[in-house]
Every structure is written in structure tokens, then in C-alpha cells.
Design a protein around this ligand. Sequence first.
Ligand code: GLA
Length: 548
Amino acid sequence: MWRLRSKVVAFGGTRSQLVGLRATAAMMAVCVAAVAHAQSGAKLIPVPPPPMGWSSWNSFSNTVDAQIIEDQARAMNSTGMAKAGYQYVNIDEGWWLGERDADGHFVIDAKAWPALAGGETAGDMANIARFIHGLGLKAGIYTDAGKDGCSMYPDLGPVHEHVGSEGHYEQDFLQFAKWGFDYVKVDWCGGDKEKLDPAVQYAEIARAIAKAEAATGHRLYFSLCEWGNNSPWTWAPNVGGAPADVWRTSGDIVAPIVPHREHSGRLASFPGVLANFDQGIHPEAEHTGFYNDPDMMVVGMPGLTDAQNRVHMSLWAISAAPLLVGADLTTLSEATRATLTNAEVLAVDQDALGLQGVKVASSGNGLEVWSKALATPGERAVLLLNRSGDAAQMTANWNDLGLEGSPATVRDLWAHKDLGSFNSSYSSTVASNDAVMVVVRGHEGKLTEYAASGGEMSKGHEISVAHVSSRAAMARVRITYTNPDSAPRYAELRANGHIAMRIAFPPTGNAPGAVWIQAPLDRAGDGNVLDFSAVGDAGPTIESIAIE
Ligand code: GLA
């Protein structure tokens, strides 16, 4: 094993360093000493945004049927939700009651899922997928990783056993793809009961999905749901080779509220929304198309005021959460509709950088400043969140946002109003349990660039970047790389010995491109170390990294 010591050289007015390249015993090719060169001109490679859509669970529980889905899909269009970017119509638990035929195929209730057009057969889930597609939308379906599913603990009776896919992974996911579904949520009630290992089961499921995709040419987006019980942010990104996925980080904000049924008096609560938001913050895992999922939104459901709905939406957007609406779309109030379709807030969630917001300042009494870096250099979405019992004056400092202390403009995303230009900070009075959401447009702080010329990473290669310093404990890192393939390549990053995180490197063609991640560089001074290793046979060619 050998290591090249990093040394500081001056380059183009910015401080650059040589990368310490460490070769492992398994390394075949000899790496050449790194030469400092700036790659800051590389184009940003947009990453898959978090999914947007609607899910049947929160407002319909296991009463879901074709009529409900048809009504919701139509409402997705008539309310303007689809135009705003919501596309998935997701069928959650209750569509299948656990019966299989002699060949193990799903047996579907033909009354609940009838033929919807000429030539169709009742009891064929392809009918509803076709209907949803006919409206220009995408269709989602649901199962469990275990033998049983959550129907063994029904919210509305009766109990149904064996509503899970264990033992049928390849068969079931192939069936979902053949039916035409575009999204699959895989729950964990059965896996939990059997004490299975979720990292193992979900990897196997991801491979079954990839096989189904290869067989049908149909893409099936993967949503994992084990409620954050087994720290999925440490293993769920790219699990089993998934090119993009989301994983739940907490339990349900509220159990379903179905009008005229048992428990119809349930209420969503603002503390519940905040608790799920907090549990969903794992910025080190959320990048390049992998997202923490703090649950379907309860915006517009009983229990929240219009102001609380706006804060809820702001929290999900600043954390780049999947935006899956739980409310009944056929009865949305105008205020809720406006909240869900605020284009400026949605743009924060869907930003092409794909990074999660981080808390950059806080006071002990519940005043928090959150900042999400956006794709345009120098832009930050900022949330001033007041969890305290009193209104408070709150300030976002440009310094804390990683912007240089020159003037920056501020725009209020809920008032749709430019607020002016400010030299070093922006202050606002924020009501108790409320938030102000703005975009700050300023000047990006200096990045320190570390250049590498280790060639293409292959199995067994490790690129170690030592003596790295950062202004932020959760540092933004730009990685400039090439991937000439037509599909992503992957690498793992271990920052300061923390658990390794998967990074997707989408195709760049032959010219270098750049993606951004966030890494915990929590050592003082230049004591931080970044270790990259390839996943699979060929990794990307990492050209340089730059750190704020
Ligand atoms: C779990 C999930 C919910 C929903 C239900 C269905 O509780 O967290 O989102 O899918 O199962 O039973």
C-alpha cells in the first residue's frame, strides 16, 4: 500500500491541492501523481428529483378500489396538481387481499377492480394502470417484503393474512411491471414480524425489480418503507443496484382518516409533522437521486390550519422530500390547492442539485435556520422556522449559508414577492409555530479544489483525499467526473471513517460533468479524509473534488 502525500499548490488564484491517492493491494494499474487543475467549468449533471404524486392510504385506508383511483386521477388533472408536477397516482394497502392461484399469481377482487374499457377483463390491475396512463399520469402499486403484510393489523377490519411478496419477489415485481405500474412501495410489516434483515430483503427486491425492468422495458420506481427502524439511510441508497430510490425514515404522521368510517375523528397534528421532518434529516445519504422519505404529506387533512399546511409544505420542500399528497384531491380547499401547487416552493423540492437542506443556525429555544443549496451557484432556499411559543425576530446570515458577504437579493416564496437586496443577512419576524421561506440569490463562497488523475476507478481501487478542510461540518462537495456509459456508475464515499455512502454518477458523455453531495467533514482544520471506492466493476473517473 502506498500513499502520495497531499501538498498545497497555488492555482489560478484559488487554493488547490494534490490528491493523496492510495492504492490497495488489489490495485492493478499504477496511479499517476495528481496534478492540480481546475474543473470548475464542468457542467452540472441534473439528478433524478424526488417523486411527486398522491397516495391512497391517508384518506382511504384499505377501502381503496378502482372508483376511488379513477376519481383521484381525474382530480389530479382538474385541480391543476398534474400541471404543477404531481404525476404518480399510488395505490397503497388494500388492493389485494392475499389470495394467489395455483401458480402463485395474484387473485384480484373483480368487483373492486372491474373492466374500465372495452376489451378489458375484470380483476386485471392493468385496467387501472391503463386508465391512469390515459390521463397522462403514472401509476403506483404496493406490497410487503414479508409473507404477511400490514393487513394482518388492519386499520379498518377484517384481517387478511399473506398479503406480502416474500417467496414471490421475481414473480410479483414482474407482474407489476407487466400490468404497467411505474412505482412500487414495499412495506415492512411482514418482514418485521419475521425479524428479517431489511438490507438483505430490499436488496433482493431491487434485483427482482431490475429483472422485471429488463424483461419488460418498463421502469419501476422503488420506494422502501421500514419506517427508519433499521437506519435505512445507511444502506438504502442504491440498495441492490437501484438507480434511484426513496426510503421512509419514520412512522406514519397520522393513521388514515376516512370519512364516515371508524376513526373518522382522527386529526393530523403539527407536532407530528415536525417529528417526521426531524427524523428525515440525513443529508449525508441524500444526493444524486436518493431521498429520505418523511411520509406522505398530510397537507389539507383534518387537524392542520392553512398556515400549518404551508409550514408542512415548506419543510418537505427544504428537505427535498418525496411530495406524495395524502388528502382527498376531490375535496381540496382553494387554500390547500394553492399550497400544494406553489411553483416556487415546488422548485425548491425538485431542484436539480438534489441536496437536502441542513440546519445552519439554531438557538436553544426552537429558532432554526435551514438552508438548501440550489443548482444555480449562489442560490439558497432558506427556511426561518420558529418552533417556540412566541413570535421572534429571526436572521439568516449569508456567512452561515456559505455565501460571500456581498449583497444578495431575497424573495419570499409564499408571498411571491421580492424583498430587496441585503448586505450580509436577512431578518424577519416569524410567528410562533410558523416559518418564513425565501430564496437568497448571492455569491457562492470560495471552493477549495483538489485535483486527481487516478484514471477510471475499478474494483479494488480506492482514492483517498486527505488533509481536507471545510467551513461547514456538513460540507457540500462538488465531484467532477466522467462516465461515458449510457447508465449511471456508482462509487462509495467514506468520510472520516463514517459509514460509506453510495453516490450515483449519471452519464456525462466524454466531457466531464459534476454532481454535488454533502459529507460530514467534522474534524477540525484540515484533518478530514475522504475515501472513494468503486462499486461494481467500473466506477467513474473522478477528475477533481471541490469543497466549500
Ligand atoms: C404502513 C405504512 C403506511 C401505509 C400502511 C398500510 O403503516 O407506513 O404508509 O402504507 O402501512 O398499511
